[in-house]
Design a protein around this ligand. Structure first.
Ligand code: ADP
Ligand code: MG
Length: 702
């Protein structure tokens, strides 16, 4: 291949070698045996492939809701939409394009036939397909032999350079015949046997050119397993080396301080809290270092778990630190925790950026001589040159982005070079398969139960045409003394349009809720932190009835008197963000409400998200659905959205079972050979050394 095309393959698909090319897999196959007659196409079918001839092709302007209903023909440059009517002898349907208009207009000439693949939908009673994938027709009709032809990930640039699907197939065929004999197996023989996997050469040949669907199935399984297995191996290996290998401080007995706090609790712990405390205690007395992630939805009572765990450490002669992401949260923690500790006599201190020199000196001394049992602070605590007498447990709150490297910093803080136990807590629900991957080196505990008596937030979606009803509802709530959040999307803080929306929304609210009857505060990311704090505290203190803001309020604010969360343009938010926002209300004793306002542009998919929000308050259910909804199906199979690791064939959303299988097997391999030093595991050690499976950027996890 010439240098120009080669460099395009590199920049577009990351392909530098023939080996890389062979690892660019088709993301679907054209099954020549299954072509659906248009007569049988219904809008509730998932995906269909039809073969039909173009009857007409019409360029349309911005107006007009469909081809039949007006918005007449228009010249190419001004076209906003292309409507193509196709016919296969059993019926007609419309193909619609909003993008690639020129390209498709020139290609889809009346009289020529194509294969169209896509999701049929119903538009004003007419069947259509928006942005179908298009292939050349199968000559002579469906092929009885049922050959499967791979469809490869592609981009606009690749297509423009003539690297079409057909060219890609040819490239793969050439690569296979030239290089397949040189492809080295990546998995040891025993791994293949024990997991019934086909050899790599077989899998590569059949993933590109399957002899039949069974061969394809076996090849897909082999390649997915390889990917997930190496991923888990890489994560678990760290765990074996760092924790299973290292000695843990013996935190065994349940003593006086724990019991004093426990007996004075104003409520009964939930079953989930009790279970999690047992899991933590089990780790801490095991003789190995604990590295545990605790997931629990907003309000599930993680603080109490942290406090009781810290007291276990204190009872065994060690200290504990509890770290929060912001000063405000650290302070809130300190106030709460001090209350719980009152009956125990354990000394607790707060150390943050705003501690004075004098306080700092005292605290440092107290930590060094061991008189301070529990220290609360920001994450900066570990950066600080704090010396502990005997740090036994570090709790990191609300920080699921706390990566391996950062945790490693803590390890040097323990006594006699023994690392402290580590507990990371987060309210960001992460689907289990994702947690397992991102935190493969952590054990995971889940608080899956809220304290009794919590009222779920009543959630409704409403179109923005009905906003007056929302205003009326807000007035009623304010009349009862409650406060209201109104949130606007501001996804990129610099986007003028978003800010305009926010400012227009603010004007509107001011008009509907005029001074002096109502007080409205506004907070957004482009204010100075002084202005922001001033407006924020006005709302927190109850001086403002309404807080208009961007998502800056997502974390941290605790205003128990706020009972209504209105989210504008809710269709533009992701599910996890909506859940976090909704978590801002429902913290007091009153009934609380979340109103999702959406506009006419809301897609069917976005509607599904909003409906899900209305149907459940369960963060984990939402997270699982979120991943299912956005996991697969990105543009032409080139990306998995929002993940810090790039998987080329496996999907965390869909391959959960295989992920479990791969993880269990990786665990088995490592328990026999933790450092992968045995000759039989040489291939595995080599595979990991390439670093392909390391998670490099934790900040991408959201
Ligand atoms: P989060 O998991 O979001 O950090 P918190 O630990 O802040 O939750 O707890 C939220 C609220 O629930 C606190 O006011 C706490 O006192 C209360 N709480 C915690 N556990 C229980 C329980 N078992 N029964 C009743 N209330 C509880
Ligand atoms: Mg908390």
């Amino acid at each position: 291949m010439g240098p120009k095309r080669a460099s395009l393959l590199t920049s577009e698909l990351g392909v530098e070698t023939v080996g890389d090319l062979l690892r660019v897999y088709p993301f679907r196959y054209i099954d020549r045996t299954s072509i659906t007659p248009i007569r049988n196409v219904r809008s509730d079918l998932a995906y269909v492939q039809i073969q039909a001839t173009v009857v007409s092709s019409t360029l349309l302007g911005p107006g007009g809701s469909n081809h039949m209903a007006g918005g007449g023909p228009i010249e190419l440059r001004a076209a906003k939409r292309l409507s193509v009517i196709v016919d296969d002898g059993t019926g007609q349907m419309e193909m619609v394009f909003f993008k690639g208009i020129k390209w498709n207009y020139e290609r889809l000439k009346p009289g020529s036939a194509f294969l169209f693949f896509g999701k049929p939908s119903d538009f004003n009673g007419r069947l259509n397909m928006v942005h179908p994938e298009i292939d050349n027709p199968v000559i002579g009709g469906p092929d009885a032999k049922g050959t499967l032809t791979g469809v490869y990930p592609s981009t606009e640039k690749l297509k423009n350079a003539g690297i079409t699907g057909k060219v890609m197939c040819k490239l793969q065929a050439t690569a296979l015949s030239a290089c397949l004999p040189e492809v080295k197996e990546t998995l040891p023989d025993y791994v293949l046997k024990e997991n019934s996997l086909v050899p790599l050469t077989y899998a590569l040949r059949n993933i590109h050119f399957p002899t039949d669907s069974y061969a394809l199935q076996k090849s897909v399984r082999r390649l997915k397993f390889e990917e997930l297995f190496f991923l888990q191996l890489s994560l678990l290996k760290q765990k074996y080396i760092q924790s299973r290998g290292s000695i843990g401080l013996p935190i065994v007995k349940v003593g006086a301080a724990f019991n004093a706090c426990f007996n004075a609790l104003p409520y009964e712990l939930t079953g989930a809290q009790k279970r999690v405390i047992r899991e933590i205690h089990g780790d801490m007395k095991s003789g190995h270092q604990m590295n545990r992630l605790l997931q629990g939805d907003v309000g599930s009572g993680k603080t109490m778990v942290a406090v009781l765990s810290a007291l276990l450490a204190v009872d065994n002669g060690y200290q504990a630190c509890i770290m929060a992401p912001t000063e405000v949260l650290a302070q809130q923690h300190y106030v709460n925790i001090s209350k719980y500790l009152a009956p125990t006599g354990v000394r607790c201190a707060l150390l943050t950026g705003s501690s004075t020199q004098k306080e700092r000196r005292e605290i440092h001394a107290g930590l060094e001589d061991g008189s301070i049992g529990i220290i609360v602070g920001t994450h900066a605590l570990i950066e600080d040159n704090v010396q502990f007498h005997a740090l036994g447990l570090a709790v990191i709150d609300e920080q699921h982005r706390f990566g391996v490297d950062q945790r490693a910093k803590l390890w040097s803080k323990g006594p006699d070079n023994i690392p402290p136990h580590v507990l990371v807590m987060t309210a960001t629900p992460i689907p289990r398969t994702l947690a397992m991957t991102l935190y493969g080196d952590l054990d995971v505990s889940v608080i899956d139960e809220l304290p009794p008596g919590r009222k779920p937030v009543k959630t409704a979606m409403i179109s923005d045409a009905k906003k007056p009803a929302v205003y009326k509802f807000m007035r009623e709530q304010i009349a009862k003394g409650r406060q209201v959040f109104v949130v606007y999307p501001l996804i990129f803080e610099s986007e003028k349009m978003d800010l305009n929306n926010l400012e227009m929304g603010y004007e509107e609210i001011l008009k509907r809720f005029p001074d002096p009857d109502y007080k409205v505060a506004i907070v957004h990311g482009q204010q100075t932190s002084e202005v922001k704090n001033f407006n924020m505290s006005a709302f927190v203190a109850g001086r403002a009835n309404i807080l208009v803001s961007t998502t800056v309020i997502e974390v941290g604010v605790d205003v128990p008197n706020a009972s209504v969360m209105v989210i504008e343009s809710a269709q533009r938010f992701g599910l996890s963000q909506l859940h976090q926002l909704r978590g801002r209300v429902g913290r007091g004793a009153d009934e609380s409400y979340c109103v999702l306002v959406h506009d006419f542009k809301t897609s069917a998919e976005a509607k599904k998200r909003l409906e899900l929000m209305c149907s459940t308050n369960d963060g984990f259910e939402i997270a699982e659905e979120d991943m299912k909804m956005r996991g697969p199906g990105d543009l032409e199979g080139t990306q998995q959205s929002g993940l810090p690791i790039k998987l080329s064939i496996a999907s965390l959303a869909k391959d959960g079972l295989m992920l479990n299988e791969a993880r269990a097997y990786a665990d088995k391999v490592l328990s026999a050979d933790p450092k992968l030093e045995l000759p039989v595991n040489k291939l595995l050690a080599d595979g990991l050394r390439e670093g392909k499976y390391d998670i490099k950027d934790y900040s991408k996890i959201s």
